[in-house]
Design a protein around this ligand. Sequence first.
Ligand code: TXA
Ligand code: MG
Length: 315
Amino acid sequence: MSPLETEHLAPDHAGVARAAALLNAGGLIAMPTETVYGLAADARNDLAVARIFEAKGRPRFNPLIVHVADAEAAKRYVIWSDLADQLAQAFWPGALTLVLPLRDDSGLSPLVTADLPTLAVRVPAHPLAHQLLARFDGPLAAPSANPSGKISPTTAEHVNAGLNGRIEGILDGGACPVGVESTILGLFDEPILLRPGGLPQEAIEACLGGPVKLHQSGDPLIAPGQMTSHYAPGATVRLNATDVAADELLLGFGKVDCALNLSEAGDLTEAAANLFHHLHALDAQGPRGIAVSPIPEVGLGRAINDRLRRAAAPR
Ligand code: TXA
Ligand code: MG
């Protein structure tokens, strides 16, 4: 396939209007969200959705998250519930994806759900994503805007490095403030945490008034994208490092001597925002191993450690 001309769209009225027009014509647009950049297409358009899988090299069995403007819009595609309402009121717009039963009359491309009877939906909080959803006035299927299996993008430059020539446009919203993907919660017989992410588990538990069940690695694969090796930089990754070998660069956390620090102050929110940015930067420095300081397994630390474990997994 000959490369496309990827348009770089400014974060203004004209840029949003152009992005919406390209989406209406079946195009692929990288849009900023508060978590990471998403690769958006009209979720009702089979051909456009198929092109997402092609552009990313994503396996067809791995379903996509649909982004909508508000909870009212979500109700057109999923069978809503009181629990969904409670969580949406507490956390939307924001870094929470809910997996709910798909409505028969959703009108979405079956490629979006990879033929599952459920749909992952979320209302993003980023102002540009919001403006784009308002202007486009429809559901946007959007996985993270990186080649499949690679590090997720938190800047337009990351998107460009991975997907230039494969997509119609990039709406440049600068750096994504949260920096890790959304938390995915399945609302089946009981709520189950499918992926730790930008909304801390503790916040969900406070809202629900009790502990939430975690999806364990031996459980049946409910979120098909949760393959072990993922977010893989070119370099090897070693976790919980308290020393550094000669052929390694240290990705630090807290007061340590290192190549790049996720957060000198030991702040997990800051660390999440820096995570993919620093991994991209260290990866670009060539074939050195990446050693990573220990990160506490609380709050956003859970999402950070999840991504790092996948980055470190054998490929
Ligand atoms: O923050 C985010 O969630 C970003 C931004 C762009 O919204 N999106 C994102 O999408 O991370 P993606 O495709 O990289 O990850 C979506 C995950 C995958 O692991 C996929 O398997 C899972 O969501 N998923 C999608 N639909 C599902 C469903 N019906 N049931 C279970 N898991 C589902
Ligand atoms: Mg992804």
